[in-house]
Design a protein. Structure first.
Length: 200
């Protein structure tokens, strides 16, 4: 699912509500039919828009360190993702470009067998090659009918092929939501063009 909207539209707030980092002022948030809780968070892999990787660690060290926090960690998937993303396990995080560090953060999230993956603006400010690698990694690891992935972004054109469902946010409200193909057919426009028309 694509969560689409300009900066400040509420995409990050939505994800923090799902994770239980924030509480709603009105209404309720449920995830898998329950209120957000530590038990629910164990089923969610989250990649923040902020880069919080330790720069003095090597890629392999951050992978090993992160793996100890999660029961659903998949070592074989982790190794495959490092190779697929072109990440050298012996290279220090501090020596990587922003795009390469984003690849590391995405690889860490996808190395888990999480039921829900939340990616907050993963394509912002990174090079085209890294965006393509991340998209390919998402497609390769996605567990059809077993997993949900929500991607927030305002870089719609490159990410559009990933979306089965989309929700357009503006000023904290969903102003249009639905199946991506149905919306394309109904409006005779791409999701990118719809984004421009709705949010201009």
């Amino acid at each position: 699912m694509g969560l689409l909207g300009p900066n400040g539209s509420g995409k990050t707030t939505f994800m923090k509500l799902v994770l239980g980092f924030l509480r709603p002022q009105h209404g309720n948030v449920t995830v898998f039919g329950e209120r957000p809780s530590p038990a629910i968070k164990e089923k969610i892999a989250y990649v923040s828009e902020l880069d919080t990787l330790y720069p003095w660690m090597k890629v392999g060290e951050i992978v090993h360190f992160t793996s100890k926090f999660y029961k659903d960690w998949d070592n074989s998937k982790s190794s495959e993702l490092l190779d697929f993303m072109g990440l050298d396990p012996y290279k220090k995080i501090g020596a990587l470009s922003k795009g390469m560090r984003t690849r590391v953060r995405i690889a860490l999230a996808l190395s888990r067998r999480a039921d829900l993956v939340l990616l907050d603006d993963p394509f912002s400010g990174i090079d085209l090659l890294s965006r393509e690698k991340i998209q390919d990694g998402l497609i390769q690891t996605y567990r059809y009918k077993e997993q949900s992935v929500i991607i927030s972004t305002h870089i719609v054109k490159e990410a559009e092929p990933l979306f089965d469902e989309v929700a357009f946010l503006n000023e904290g409200e969903i102003i249009l939501q639905g199946n991506a193909d149905d919306l394309r057919e109904k409006h005779k426009k791409t999701i990118t063009d719809l984004y421009r028309d709705i949010l201009r």
